[in-house]
Design a protein. Structure first.
Length: 75
């Protein structure tokens, strides 16, 4: 059945129709792939930024808590 459908489809199109369809599909595929890669990069970039900022802020909070504790001890 699949062979019949393929043969029917190939008879309906001219000999260059397949290559024309291919030429039309390639830019769309490339644009979609580019968008997927961009989105993936952005996700990774933002996740790394979140982790980095979280670590820096945690360090700063600890540092200021230690400074506050030592200032209270002096009083």
């Amino acid at each position: 059945m699949l062979d019949t459908m393929i043969e029917r489809r190939s008879r309906q199109q001219g000999p260059d129709a397949g290559s024309e369809l291919w030429r039309q599909c390639v830019p769309r595929h490339n644009a979609l792939r580019s968008e997927q890669l961009r989105a993936s990069w952005q996700k990774g970039y933002h996740l790394a930024s979140v982790e980095r900022l979280r670590a820096v802020l945690a360090f700063l909070v600890e540092h200021h808590e230690r400074e506050r504790a030592s200032a209270e001890a002096v009083e």
